[in-house]
Design a protein around this ligand. Structure first.
Ligand SMILES: Nc1nc2c(ncn2[C@@H]2O[C@H](COP(=O)(O)OP(=O)(O)O)[C@@H](O)[C@H]2O)c(=O)[nH]1
Ligand SMILES: [Mg+2]
Length: 351
C-alpha cells in the first residue's frame, strides 16, 4: 500500500524550520498501520540480549547493618525468584571496600547487580575527611568510563562500574542528623544519587520513627542536601506525583537480616527476637521492601539515566575543561572539547 504523507502541520514534534522540508506522518491519519510501536519490541529484544548492569553502594558508620542489608537484598525477592545465589558467607566486619555481584535473570532479562560494600567510618579517633575514600571511588569509576569513551577504538559496550545509587545509613538515634552525616551527604549528593535510610529501624517505636523521619527531612532541606529523587529532575506531572510520594516517605526505615524463619508455614527473611519475628520484607514491619522496589522495580532505569546524564556528565565536562587529561597517552591527537553543560544540571565543581 502506498503511504500517504500529509503536509507539515504545527506540532511540537514537527517544528517548522525555515528551509527544512519536514513531513509529519501520524499513524491514525493514514489508511494503514506503520508499526512505529514495534520499536518497543525491538528495544526490549536488544536489552534482553545485551542485559544490563546496575551498581549500588552502601555507605555509613561502621556497625549500622550495611553488610547485612547487602545480604538481605540478595536473599530477598530480587534474586530468590529468579536464581538464588549461593551467598551464605557469614558477615564479619568489613575492613575494605569490596563489591559483590550476581547475575540475576527474570523472564529472559539479565541484570548484573553489583553491591559495593564499604568499611564505614566511626572506628577511628579522628574521622576528619572520612568521606574521601568513598568520593574517590565514585570519581574513579567516572574517570574509567571517560577514558574508555575517549579511546579511538572504543569498545562496543563500555563496562559500566559507575555507582548508580548510594544507600546512606543514618543511625536510629531518634534525634537529628549528626554533623558527620550532614558533611558526608553534602559531598556525596553532588556526585551520586543518594537514598538515605534509617538503619536498624527495629530499635524505634512507630511514633519515634515518624518523628525522626520528619526531623531528618527538615535537616536535609536545611543543609541543602540533595537526595534522590530530586524534584528538579521530575520529567512530567505524573512523575512528580509518584516521586512526591517517595519524597514524603524518605528516609526509608529499614531492617536487615541474613536469616530465614518459619512464619505461618512460610519461610520469611526476618530477625527473631524474644517478642516475635520482624519480617523484613513485610511492609507492615519495616520499609526494606519500599527501598528494594524503588531501586529495582520503579526507578532502576531512572537511576541509571540520572547517573549518566547528570552526575557523569558534570564530571565529564569538568575533566575536559580542565584539559589535563593526557590525550596522547590515550592515543588521541585532538579531543573535541564541549563547553555545553549537562542537561538539567549545574556544572559546578563537585566539592
Ligand atoms: N537490630 C538490628 N541489628 C542489625 C540490623 N542489621 C544488622 N544488624 C546487626 O548489627 C551488627 C553489624 O552489622 P553489619 O552488617 O556488620 O554492619 P556494617 O558494619 O554496617 O556492615 C550485626 O550484629 C548485625 O547482625 C538491623 O536491621 N537491626
Ligand atoms: Mg560491613
Amino acid at each position: 500500500m502506498e503511504l500517504n504523507v500529509t503536509s507539515p502541520r504545527p506540532s511540537s514534534l514537527c517544528p517548522s524550520v525555515p528551509g527544512l522540508q519536514m513531513s509529519c506522518i501520524r499513524g491514525t491519519d493514514l489508511f494503514g498501520y506503520i508499526g512505529i510501536e514495534a520499536v518497543l519490541d525491538q528495544m526490549r529484544c536488544k536489552t534482553m540480549k545485551a542485559g544490563f548492569e546496575f551498581n549500588i553502594m552502601v555507605v555509613g558508620q561502621s556497625g549500622l547493618g550495611k553488610s547485612t542489608l547487602v545480604n538481605t537484598l540478595f536473599k530477598s525477592k530480587v534474586s530468590r525468584k529468579s536464581c538464588a545465589p549461593d551467598y551464605e558467607e557469614k558477615i564479619s566486619k568489613t575492613v575494605k571496600l569490596h563489591s559483590v555481584s550476581h547475575l540475576i535473570e527474570e523472564k529472559g532479562v539479565k541484570m548484573k547487580l553489583t553491591v559495593i560494600d564499604t568499611p564505614g567510618f566511626g572506628d577511628q579517633i579522628n574521622n576528619d575527611n572520612c568521606w574521601e575514600p568513598i568520593v574517590k571511588y565514585v570519581n574513579e569509576q567516572y574517570e574509567k568510563y571517560l577514558r574508555e569513551e575517549l579511546h579511538i577504538n572504543r569498545k562496543r559496550r563500555i563496562p559500566d562500574t559507575r555507582v548508580h545509587c548510594c544507600i546512606y545509613f543514618i543511625p536510629a538515634t531518634g534525634h537529628r542528623l549528626r554533623p558527620i552525616d550532614v558533611e558526608f551527604m553534602k559531598r556525596l549528593g553532588k556526585i551520586v544519587s543518594i537514598v538515605p535510610v534509617i538503619a536498624k529501624a527495629d530499635t524505634l517505636t512507630i511514633e519515634e520513627r515518624q518523628e525522626f523521619k520528619e526531623r531528618i527531612r527538615q535537616d536535609l532541606a536545611a543543609n541543602g542536601i540533595h537526595v534522590y529523587p530530586q524534584r528538579e529532575y521530575d520529567e512530567d506531572p505524573e512523575e512528580r506525583i509518584l516521586n512526591n510520594r517517595i519524597r514524603e516517605n524518605i528516609p526509608f526505615a529499614v531492617v536487615g537480616t541474613d536469616k530465614e524463619h518459619q512464619v505461618n508455614g512460610n519461610k520469611v527473611l526476618g530477625r527473631k527476637t524474644k517478642w516475635g519475628i520482624i519480617e523484613v520484607e513485610n511492609v507492615a514491619h519495616c520499609e526494606f521492601a519500599n527501598l528494594r522496589d524503588l531501586l529495582i522495580r520503579s526507578h532502576l532505569q531512572d537511576l541509571k539515566d540520572v547517573t549518566h546524564n547528570i552526575h557523569y556528565e558534570t564530571y565529564r565536562v569538568r575533566r575536559l575543561n580542565e584539559s589535563n587529561l593526557n590525550f596522547s597517552e590515550l592515543g588521541l591527537s585532538a579531543v573535541p572539547l564541549e563547553n555545553g553543560t549537562a542537561d538539567k544540571c549545574e556544572s559546578d565543581s563537585h566539592l
